[in-house]
Write a protein that binds this ligand. Structure first.
Ligand code: MCA
Ligand code: AMP
Length: 513
């Protein structure tokens, strides 16, 4: 029986010379391929020693480090399910994820051990470890005593590899269940599509608790045996300085906007680079064009989701499916990736004529298995013929390029992070003196889009916007906090009484101009 464990495929792609550098960090540490192999074996052996039930969830909320990546790979290697959590999440958010996913193991930062372990043990988690970003913590202490040899667990391609929580327009976050097969098929497609070469060097500057940094970037480098230059936190000056030693960069649009503000960004500095990739949020055409002028490179924009990994990409060379169409077009997310079926539908899930706008639906080996313990929600999001409803609105132009024009889901994407207005409105509405609220996304020069809250007080009550922000900061991840808060007398409504958020977006669109 062949082993479809994603780790096995990644390990098979390590270069023959295991002493070569696999990862070099911004603070000067160097990890060879042999180090990655041995470290993942030791952590996988530690996980095995815990005698967990098969397919246990391992929830991880730690600062970015190479050891955090090792923990991800070791979880795969041991055959369990990785559950990454944004470091910005606060206790109520963590309590929900742990309560919902029921992980057997939780790994947290040493500084958070007190409150996280309390939540975890209350929820029935058997083991809590710590992992600091400086190679400290109980996880590595325990793993140090383990063997550095490990036989990867046998997994089928339909077995779960990771659960990624994504919020919903209504209700609580849903755990998107991704399988070994979902991620491996996508990694292989991207390797071929983006023309990865063994001598590529990736600048890894994204967080590793979401699809972009964890899967697209890490799998991309590993499945190709390519070195990574590893930044624990994005810094535009230092990233640009590394262009001279690297070939591939991946970022959300905010990263490109911040690098454009640096005078050191020049065609000469970017000469060694081969490919700049952008995704997770719309790349403004101004950023796309300015990048061409400032570096001589054309950013390749691609589109994906937590539920589907990558779906479309602008070309990176000749694609036999679209002969001669090698242009990377700004304002588009390119063509569906090989193996991905994409259609644009109108009412009743009928495919619209090419060029017309509608809901984007997708099907393919990369599309997730469903939402964790939410069969009804899963059924709602798939059509009878197995297409997943992305909630994105777009069109396919005459040449076949996909253009995203908006979203039917009420979602704000701020600096590449998703903010669901319903969640934030719920917290505001619970505050004393608040009758109702609406959160809308407005343009922002740095984050692309940010949330502005509009609040209606109860009759006779006074609501202080600064206090609202202050209370939210104590409850929610920092990127979800509205950047501004307005208290007004009424919200615009349509004849059905529904708040017209488009009018609010229009009214507040100049706030950060
Ligand atoms: C930080 N802040 C933000 C954001 N990030 N506000 C709104 N949106 C944000 N994204 C605020 C903090 O709340 C804080 O505010 C202040 O900025 C400074 O915080 P700090 O952490 O120092 O910010 P930073 O280091 O400058 O971070 C900005 C960032 C980061 C580097 C752009 O947000 C980032 O790494 N974004 C990438 C997200 C990502 O990887 N997305 C991929 C998702 P205050 O001072 O008031 O507290 S995967 C995905 O979407 C799909 C599948 C796909 O297609 O890839
Ligand atoms: P997430 O749930 O964090 O995986 O975010 C997925 C959403 O990000 C998609 O449904 C899109 O709305 C958005 N997205 C990702 N890439 C792009 C892109 N290149 N252009 C516009 N939106 C994007």
């Amino acid at each position: 029986m062949s082993n479809h464990n994603l780790f096995v495929a990644l390990r098979d792609a390590f270069p023959a010379d295991l002493d070569r550098t696999a990862v070099e960090t911004d603070d000067g540490l160097v990890y060879s391929w042999c180090d990655l192999d041995r470290a993942t074996a030791m952590v996988a052996n530690l996980i095995d020693s815990l005698d967990l039930p098969a397919h246990s969830r391992i929830a991880v909320q730690v600062e970015k480090s190479v050891e955090a990546m090792v923990l991800y790979l070791a979880t795969l290697r041991a055959g369990h399910v990785f559950l990454p959590l944004n470091t910005a999440y606060q206790s109520a958010e963590i309590e929900y994820f742990i309560g919902n996913a029921e992980p057997a193991v939780v790994v947290c930062s040493p500084k958070n051990h007190g409150w996280v372990s309390k939540i975890a043990f209350t929820a029935g988690t058997a083991f809590v470890f710590t992992l600091g970003d400086d190679r400290t913590g109980s996880l590595l202490d325990r793993a140090a005593h383990m063997s550095d040899r490990h036989t990867p667990a046998v997994r089928g391609s339909d077995d779960l590899a990771a659960i990624l929580y994504t919020s919903g327009t209504t209700g609580r976050s849903k755990g998107a269940m991704l399988t070994h097969g979902n991620m491996l098929s996508n990694a292989r497609v991207l390797r071929d599509h983006w023309g990865w070469r063994p001598d590529d060097v990736l600048i890894h500057a994204l967080p590793i608790f979401h699809v972009h940094g964890l899967f697209v970037a890490i799998h991309g480098a590993l499945i190709n045996g390519s070195k990574m230059i590893w930044f624990s936190k994005f810094d535009p000056k230092r990233a640009i300085a590394k262009f001279a030693e690297a070939t591939v960069f991946m970022g959300v649009p905010t990263l490109y906007v911040r690098m454009l503000a640096e005078p050191t960004l020049t065609p000469a500095q970017a000469r060694h680079m081969r490919l700049f990739i952008s995704g997770s949020a719309p790349l403004l055409i101004e950023t796309f064009t300015e990048w061409q002028v400032r570096t001589g490179h054309t950013i390749l924009e691609r589109y994906g989701m937590s539920e589907t990994v990558m779906l479309t990409s602008n070309p990176c060379g000749d694609d036999p499916r679209y002969p001669g169409q090698t242009e990377r077009r700004g304002g588009t997310v390119g063509f569906p990736l090989p193996g991905v079926e994409l259609r644009v539908v109108g009412d009743g899930d009928q495919t619209v004529a090419q060029g017309e706008i509608g809901g984007i639906q997708v099907r393919g080996p990369n599309v997730f298995k469903g939402y964790w313990r939410m069969p009804e929600k899963t059924a709602e999001e798939f059509t009878a013929d197995g297409f997943f409803k992305t909630g994105d609105v777009g069109r396919v132009d005459e040449q076949g390029y996909v253009v995203i024009v908006g979203r039917s889901k009420d979602l704000i994407i701020s600096g590449g992070y998703n903010v669901y207005p319903a969640e934030i409105e719920g917290y505001i509405n619970d505050m004393p003196g608040v009758a109702e609220s609406a959160l809308v996304g407005v343009p922002h020069p740095d984050f692309g889009e940010v949330g502005v809250a509009v609040i209606i007080p109860k009759p006779g009550a006074a609501v202080d916007p600064d206090q609202v922000i202050g209370v939210l900061k104590s409850q929610l991840a920092n990127f979800k906090i509205p950047k501004r808060c307005w208290v007004v007398n009424e919200l615009p409504r349509n004849t059905m009484g529904k708040v017209q958020k488009n009018l609010l977006r229009d009214q507040y669109k100049g706030e950060f101009a």
